[in-house]
Design a protein. Structure first.
Length: 112
């Protein structure tokens, strides 16, 4: 019984290293190709609009991901985040500035 508890604790500790992998295969193409979807996520992150289940999950992770330079993000998640951030910055610079004001007012994580 003792060994089962140790194995369980190790599995929990290892799986806690990364964010939930259920979004590793999240298809960001619709978001990148459809401005309405991109803005919907952006408004959710800014508390200016409703959130889908996915957007709500992503929004919860933003503060920690910034503070740890996405330290718990899998390589795939980092790739997806870079694509979305790049799209927001290019297509909606004003919204990007609002996101910076909300999540990094002191600009501590600028290079994250």
């Amino acid at each position: 019984m003792k060994s089962y508890c140790i194995i369980f604790a190790l599995v929990v500790a290892v799986s806690a290293d990364f964010y939930n992998p259920k979004y590793d295969n999240f298809d960001v193409r619709p978001m990148l190709e459809n401005d309405r979807i991109l803005l919907s996520f952006t408004k959710c992150f800014l508390d200016e609009g409703p959130c889908t289940r996915e957007a709500k999950d992503f929004k919860k992770a933003i503060p920690e991901a910034l503070a740890t330079t996405c330290g718990r993000c899998s390589p795939k998640q980092q790739q997806l985040i870079r694509a979305v951030v790049s799209a927001i910055r290019k297509k909606h610079p004003d919204s990007w500035e609002e996101l910076i004001q909300k999540y990094d007012r002191e600009r501590l994580y600028r290079h994250s």
